[in-house]
Ligand binder design. Structure first.
Ligand SMILES: NC(=O)c1ccc[n+]([C@@H]2O[C@H](COP(=O)([O-])OP(=O)(O)OC[C@H]3O[C@@H](n4cnc5c(N)ncnc54)[C@H](O)[C@@H]3O)[C@@H](O)[C@H]2O)c1
Length: 269
């Protein structure tokens, strides 16, 4: 069901790799709610070609950008404003990558070169995106920027490894830049802390099935799906949440507030 919550709004969606991606589902929901979109992903992801299927469904151009490259980001924002014939109302940052996890390096053996790249791709990229929009004055007043994060920023999930630091940094950038952008243009910046979700990035974490099942048993509502997350992002891009900024918003079926459930206890007793 559509509520026309984003009628007339224009947004950039980063990170739709395939139809499991949270960004993919969010693009579809934003389109259903009346938004016009530009899709972006890293050149290497575009070569997979999947994103073109989404582009057809949501009637959006695809503009590649490696989020660690400021020239790419400038071209993306300029190209998007040209396409829309004006400024942008919302941005979804749905980007994450751990080089150490990918190369099988454990947390106590981090390669610091890989680590810098991980932090740049997964966290400072939000600063780079906001900075590019700021320099080009590309966002409309009361615009909304959402980045996706995970509760490993606050609690220890051993196999999440260096991504815990990346998410903590990401959430901090959202608060700090959220202050400056709020003062300057009433632009809001928030992070959404999502349940474990079966996607390419999610399934790349060692032991994913274990903590997916654990979170499911620990959450009174169960795990939030990618579709649920997409719906939540739509509300954050809409005018109905215009006074929400600089927050880390848990979207996890209640997991973040739980101590233990009967279901988990019964597996131990
Ligand atoms: N899946 C989960 O369990 C889960 C839980 C909480 C938060 N998240 C977060 O949600 C976001 C989206 O992940 P997803 O689960 O949909 O997985 P996904 O693999 O579908 O998306 C990750 C995206 O990041 C993109 N990316 C990687 N390097 C890039 C670069 N240099 N430039 C531009 N894009 C780049 C990838 O191409 C991909 O599209 C991530 O921030 C992830 O950490 C995921």
């Amino acid at each position: 069901m559509s509520y026309n919550l984003l009628q007339g709004k224009k947004g950039i969606i980063f990170g739709a790799l395939d139809e499991k991606s949270i960004a993919w589902k969010t693009a579809v929901k934003c389109h259903e709610e009346g938004a016009q979109l530009v899709l972006s992903n890293a050149p290497v992801a575009l070569r997979m070609g999947e994103i073109n299927k989404l582009a057809e469904v949501v009637k959006a151009p695809v503009i590649g950008a490696d989020v660690t490259n400021m020239d790419d980001l400038q071209k993306l924002f300029e190209g998007s404003m040209e396409h829309f014939g004006g400024k942008i109302d919302f941005v979804l940052h749905s980007i994450g990558m751990s080089l150490n996890v990918r190369k099988g390096k454990s947390y106590t053996e981090l390669d610091y070169g890989f680590n810098q790249k991980t932090l740049d791709i997964s966290a400072m990229s939000l600063h780079r995106i906001l900075r590019t929009a700021w320099d080009l004055d590309a966002l409309n007043e009361w615009g909304s920027v959402v980045a996706l994060t995970y509760i490993a920023a606050q609690r220890v999930f051993p196999h999440y490894s260096e991504m815990a630091e990346a998410k903590a940094l990401l959430e901090s950038v959202a608060r700090s830049f959220g202050f400056h952008y709020g003062m300057k243009k009433k632009v809001r910046v928030n992070t959404v802390s999502q349940s474990p979700t079966r996607t390419t990035a999610g399934s790349g974490v060692k032991g994913f099935d274990g903590f997916f099942g654990y979170a499911e048993k620990m959450s009174p509502l169960g795990n939030a799906t990618a579709e649920d997350c997409a719906n939540y992002c739509v509300t954050l891009f809409s005018d109905l949440t215009r006074m929400v900024t600089m927050q880390n918003l848990y979207h996890d079926g209640g997991f973040s507030t739980m101590g233990v459930t009967e279901e988990v206890l019964s597996t131990i007793e």
